[in-house]
Design a protein around this ligand. Structure first.
Ligand code: EPZ
Length: 419
């Protein structure tokens, strides 16, 4: 297993191009199953999670071609069973359920296991499918859904932790070919849901209200092929924004949609850093220690859970006490024990992290876990004294396209050691 060595203390300057969004590309690639005609998706990031999704599409019978960031999918004839040995590698595989059910009226996908950020139920996905008239069954570690006819309905997809992103995506994809109109209440409003709806509408779907809590889908007979360019990855952008704040001279992010990062930009500004936005770019000027913050993760447009670990890395070196409350995945603190190995002073009380700023972190061997926690360890290493060895780097490669190369281009000193 590869590891990376982060040599601390090198400031960052210059500009970096942000890749296409992983969390938008994954459901959009699944949505290509909804038509027999070819679809071309551009700005697809080169990530292992994308590779796994393309493997699943191929296994289901689709023709898949990839040339750098452009993927062509033609799903003329498809099977409806996604195999365990591929699905187990990536929870987001669950988003093939909706298109398979929508098009073939049946689907079998192995249940997404739990992961380090906590339990990953799909009860809300199944609630939506059942409201459309499907029957769901859990057997031998698989979830099987099937229906004679899918009929439009009104369904509320709010769970105890709020809306569900992939659950909203799945129910939209099951409803686009249903008979009649479907209304999703308490829908997720993330930009990635909007990007999926825009792609489906290009295919001939009739979806209104994406980006709000109420989405209306008028079922159509069939969908045709379409072309689409995936939106920029707002979490990769947020990660580099925090890196620039921690280590910048001046860092400019290019090919970003700054409107998707409002709550993250606000937090970095509140921490005392200068952030300027213009069409397609964000510029941040780093300087000394950040001011302490109180943050709560919330569904979009609130502060994203996928940026919580990165903010812990930033706030670990501040003058004062910060408090972060994680309401989406209450156990999402795998990074805390590793940051403490680097000298951070963080205590956990349930889903709340109390971060007492320290003068300096020190480099240490640390273990990557969930992909955002792993990115946080790289950020902490940029600023720590000495060398930080981040093991199990495959976690980072799931969600970040060449993060070490991009940071080195900005002036960092990171070595990737092939295992
Ligand atoms: C998406 O996961 C993202 N993944 C996650 O990003 C992100 O953290 C999450 O949304 C934020 O909500 C992709 O888009 C591929 P949820 P998703 O359903 O859709 C509970 C990353 O780092 N819930 O929105 O799987 C769930 O347990 C990843 O790129 C139910 O209770 O998450 C959680 O507490 C990590 N029942 C909350 O809802 C359900 O049926 C939000 O989960 C579904 C979810």
């Amino acid at each position: 297993m590869d590891k990376i060595l982060v040599h601390g203390g090198h400031s960052l300057n210059g500009s970096v191009r942000i890749s296409g969004s992983k969390n938008s590309a994954l459901p959009i690639l699944a949505a290509t199953l909804l038509t027999r005609e070819p679809c071309t998706i551009s700005n697809v990031p080169d990530l292992s999670d994308i590779h796994y999704m393309l493997q699943i599409l191929s296994h289901l019978g689709a023709q898949v071609e990839r040339a750098s960031g452009v993927v062509r999918v033609e799903a003329e004839k498809i099977k409806t069973v996604a195999p365990y040995d591929i699905v187990r590698k990536m929870r987001a595989s669950v988003c093939v359920l909706g298109p398979l059910l929508g098009r073939e009226k049946e689907a079998t996908v192995s249940l997404p296991g739990g992961c380090v950020i906590g339990d990953r139920p799909i009860d809300l996905h199944l609630k939506g499918f059942e409201a459309l008239g499907a029957v769901s069954r859990i057997e031998h570690g698989n979830v099987k859904v099937f229906a004679g006819t899918l009929r439009g309905t009104t369904v509320n997809l709010r769970g105890k932790q709020g809306p569900t992103v992939l659950g909203t995506d799945n129910v939209i994809m099951a409803a686009v070919l249903a008979e009649g109109t479907t209304i999703i209440e308490s829908a997720a409003a993330e930009p990635e849901v909007v990007d999926l709806a825009n792609f489906l509408n290009k295919m001939g779907a009739k979806i209104e209200g994406a980006g709000s809590r109420r989405i209306v889908i008028e079922g159509v007979k069939e969908l045709h092929g379409a072309e689409h360019t995936v939106i920029p990855d707002r979490i990769e952008a947020g990660t580099f924004l925090v890196a620039g704040a921690m280590m910048g001279g001046e860092v400019t992010l290019r090919r970003v949609t700054h409107e998707h990062l409002g709550s993250v930009i606000d937090a970095v500004r509140l921490a005392g850093y200068e952030v300027e936005t213009s069409a397609g770019s964000i510029r941040v000027r780093g300087n000394g220690a950040p001011k302490p913050l109180q943050l709560t993760t919330e569904p979009y447009p609130g502060f994203p859970t996928d940026m919580q670990a990165q903010m812990c890395a930033l706030l670990a070196q501040t003058n004062g006490i910060s408090v972060i409350s994680e309401t989406i995945f209450p156990q999402r603190y795998m990074h805390v024990s590793e940051l403490k190995r680097m000298g951070a002073d963080i205590s956990l009380d349930g889903h709340t992290a109390i971060i007492k700023g320290v003068e300096k972190l020190s480099g240490a061997p640390v273990m990557a876990s969930d992909l955002r926690a792993s990115a946080a360890l790289v950020l902490a290493g940029l600023r720590a004294e000495g060398v930080t060895e981040v093991n199990r780097v495959y976690h980072i490669d799931r969600g970040y396209e060449s993060i070490d190369e991009k940071l080195n281009q900005l002036g960092a000193r990171i070595e990737r050691v092939k295992a």
